[in-house]
Design a protein around this ligand. Structure first.
Ligand code: ADP
Ligand code: MG
Length: 394
């Protein structure tokens, strides 16, 4: 868990953000961005960059590394501030409040709109626990010029945003996807509690059946949640169910689809059996698809569910989250539960291709800033974003 002191935001000048953004741009091609390159990108007068770098370092928005050469990289906090600043500029929210969740690979905060409406902001931290796994799978990412934690966290956020939007449009009970920038997703705040905290239900059977029906309907739409458990299901006072947390979702055409589907189902059965004493008619052979019992509590059978996987492949590809993105993220997230190693921070020791580092043009900076103001950037930080940047007003 981290403290996000957004008061610092107020004391950061235009130049501070200019230099912070310059470091972010440098990280396209460098894990550690040479100070000299930062200066060249930021293009401040009279060596102003170095003074600003010191200030950013003081506020822990940057990390200084001089092991190979004098250079800097963004910290999570620095990346957070860039995303938050962009959201504030877009008018998505005006204030950041308390932290409401610490996930395995995310931090979740309350944020408030001008009119007081509270939203939830999820900051993805993909490098936090799975960087070793990522490293061991680096071959998969050869087609990328950079595959550091910025890229991965941003990819996770983009996927979550795209899926949330698509699921919402198809009538699934998910938070309303408000906006997405870098590793940050802003969504409606869900009243209620994660199911894991709920000790009593008026109608556990109904809630159980609702949840199992959700898994089935997802599969009918071509999707498997892959992390469908009591931590990612929210229940409100009326026992209405909302599902959250989608970066690990896969298509039913995934080679391990059956296993993921059965695991999701098993999680729910197991939880309701233990927590609410529900009993189920166990089927002797759940793969016997032709003779599926339609008893409410019988296990849904994956092979009997329609395999029209067009939803994920067509709609989500059209939304800006392409098949290649999906492949990347499946390979990275899909296997990390098996990974015994843990890295605390991101890709500090990762060498990146310096290939076109010298080609970073000064004008890129202004393009990025301008595009962000207009909410339609097409640069590194943004090129996978969705077209629809409009901020929902309520
Ligand atoms: P992770 O991927 O890190 O597990 P989650 O999306 O599951 O992150 O969120 C972690 C916790 O934060 C949830 O269990 C829930 O308590 C809280 N949370 C997440 N999204 C929302 C939301 N939209 N509204 C309210 N609480 C939320
Ligand atoms: Mg979760």
């Amino acid at each position: 868990s981290m403290k996000l002191d957004v008061n610092v935001l107020r004391y950061l000048s235009k130049d501070d953000f200019r230099v912070l953004t310059a470091v972010e741009m440098g990280m396209r091609n460098h894990e550690i961005v040479p100070a000299e390159l930062v200066d060249r990108i930021a293009c401040l007068k009279h060596g102003g960059t170095y003074k600003v770098l010191k200030n950013l370092l003081k506020h822990k928005l940057l990390h200084h590394d001089s092991s190979k050469y004098d250079g800097f990289r963004l910290t999570y906090l620095g990346y957070d501030f860039l995303a938050i600043k962009t959201m504030v500029n877009r008018g998505v929210f005006v204030a950041v409040g308390r932290q409401i969740g610490v996930g395995k690979e995310s931090d979740i905060f309350e944020v408030a709109k001008e009119d007081g409406t509270v939203l939830a902001m999820k900051l993805h931290r993909l490098g936090r626990t799975s960087f070793r796994a990522v490293k061991s799978k680096r071959d998969y990412l050869k087609h990328r010029s950079s595959y550091n934690w910025l890229y991965l966290s941003r990819l996770a956020a983009l996927k979550e945003y795209a899926f949330m939007k698509a699921l919402e449009e198809h009538g699934f009970p998910v938070p309303n996807a408000v906006d997405c920038n870098r590793h940050c997703v802003v969504m409606s705040f869900v009243q209620g509690y994660p199911l894991v905290q709920v000790k009593e239900l008026q109608s556990p059977t109904m809630v159980f059946e609702t949840i199992v029906a959700l898994i089935v309907r997802l599969a009918e739409h071509g999707l498997i949640h892959c992390d469908f458990n009591e931590f990612n299901i929210m229940i409100d006072d009326d026992e209405k169910v909302t599902m959250i947390d989608f970066p690990q979702m896969v298509s039913v055409s995934h080679r391990n689809a059956q296993m993921y589907f059965d695991r999701d189902v098993e999680c729910i059965f197991k939880f309701f059996r233990k927590r609410f004493d529900l009993t189920f008619e166990e089927e002797s052979d759940k793969f016997d698809s032709l003779e599926v019992e339609t008893h409410e509590s019988s296990r849904p059978c994956f092979s009997s569910i329609s395999k029209t996987a067009g939803f994920l492949d067509k709609e989500l590809a059209a939304s800006g989250f392409g098949r290649r993105d999906q492949e990347d993220i499946e390979k990275l997230i899909g296997g990390n539960e098996m990974d015994p190693d843990h890295d605390e921070e991101g890709a500090t020791d990762e060498g990146c291709s310096p290939a076109d580092s010298t080609e970073t043009r000064t004008s890129d900076f202004d393009t990025l800033c301008l595009a962000e103001q207009e909410g339609q950037s097409q640069t590194y930080a943004e090129k996978h974003q969705l077209d629809d940047k409009k901020v929902s007003s309520g």
